[in-house]
Ligand binder design. Sequence first.
Ligand code: HAS
Ligand code: CU
Length: 551
Amino acid sequence: MLAEYQVTSSEKKFIGLHMIFAVIALAIGSLFGPLQAFEHAGWDIYPYLQPLFQSYYQGLTLHGVLNALVWTTFFITGFLTLTTTFGLKRALRYPILNQIGFWLMVVGLVMAAIPTLLNQATVLYTFYPPMKAPWAFYLGLTLVVVGSWVEGWGMYFTYYAWRKDNPGVRTPMMTFGGLITMVMWQIATLGIAAEILTMLLPWTLGLLPGADPQLARTYFWFTGHPLVYFWLLPAYVSWYAMLPKQAGGKLFSDSLARFSFWLFLVLSVPLGFHHQYVDPGVPPAWKFIHAVLTYSVFVPSMLTAFTVIASLEYAGRQRGGKGLFGWILALPWKDPSVAAQLLAGILFLFGGIGGITNASYNVNLVIHNTAWVPGHLHLTVGSAVTLTFMGILYWLVPYLTGKKLWQPKAALIQVWLWFVGMAIFSNAMHVVGLLGAPRRTPLGLAPYIPSEWSGHLLRVGIGGAILFVSVYLFVVVVAVTALSKKKAEASEQVQVPVAEALRDPQLTPNWLDRWAPWMVGTIVLIVLAYGPQLVDQIANMALTSPGFRVW
Ligand code: HAS
Ligand code: CU
């Protein structure tokens, strides 16, 4: 048998650098999550943190930016570098391009972090005007996005070179999913590029008289909705192309997997108005169109649930699992990387149901801007995505460093703590949201708390405390693994898990491995679903709103 392909050691270092930034961002950003949860439970800690951190809102901004934007973007660009080079079994075509992209992201991160840490950019992760941060915050975010584009171009060049040498060969699944994620991201981020470059940056530099909050929201959600699939699709790459191997089985259907990735490319962007159902400046017909398109995302989501669970069932039965549910118990639950991803999937079933609820034009009015929404986003980006990324790091850090995972038992406890903490936290947030509790509000300070909220708010605090323990246990396990002086024995070296498909991928129809028709479909649908509204809102742009510092 041929020796396993290895990415070069400089590429391992490069990917590892992404992961260091990602984990540090998660470690700092996660300080504030539990503080908010405690705040909800009535325990206000911010007075004790003066003068380091000023307020609940500064903490909330740091939490959202570092966890939802930085942890994810750095992890994803690093992971997609691996899925490109390892999947194609060739080195990056122009490594310098990827390095430039990475360092642009780092410079951008520092630029955005300074005003945020100084409490000058307490505008939350959605940075809606008329709240106004210093220009460095917006420019920093722009550089992070541009850096991720440049890294993406480096991946495309590598893919073109491979394609030239391998005409007619099916793109390996992990590379295929990774590239679709990157292309989708590059289209999606045109929204915030337009928002920042044509409005927010000139506005903060004094070149424009004011901002147009309605147009800014439309631009933002053009990116903000597909952003959630930029987070999710790398987790799907792992669930489809790696997890079946880790579980001892095979990918159930290569064709279904590819088909659902294409549907995510086509359907991710033209849905943003489901975040703007209550915006007065968006006509109802357009909200309705986006509601219908949102429901169509249910299709690739269900295809994924079906294919991934079928692959897991195959694995469980291969391992001797019998009966209707026996295969579930037969899965390798003791492997922290597998357990993390299984538990992430289970939490996502509930996150997905909540998503479908949010998408309903009229039911949305009940939950919009309530604690229900952070309940939803912690099951999705906070669990389906973050817990999967943690699971990936449990094999990736040993792979990149050549070390053995430190204390796999601790890692296993960590993923279960996440599952239990998140189940308590997000259930309580959903329920208290239905009872009317607003999101983004320091409820601990509010004089109006009805008594029926109290028990749920206490559960928010308890869930937050469990998550606090879990996240730092994770950081300790990966940090001690990476810093350990002892290399693993040759026989214990961890390899990248590559799931074979049940049927040879060469038998997958060619139209599922061709870019052109899907790209055309993607662009046409975006133009139809967004074009007229964008033209209208831009033509009627009113740059009249002054900037406010409300914190
Ligand atoms: Fe969402 C708000 C609708 C999915 C993230 N969402 C948010 C916000 C975030 C977010 C961050 O329509 C807040 C934004 C803000 O700050 O204002 N969301 C949806 C819909 C879906 C959905 C329809 N959301 C996500 C994902 C996210 C995410 C994924 C991050 C990664 N969301 C909304 C709407 C709002 C919203 C409205 C606005 C609310 C408002 O009013 O502000 C769908 O894509 C969900 C489809 C998914 C499923 C689940 C499929 C299940 C699978 C699991 C398989 C199980 C396994 C386990 C593998 C139907 C694939 C097996 C285990 C064994 C042991 C066998
Ligand atoms: Cu959305």
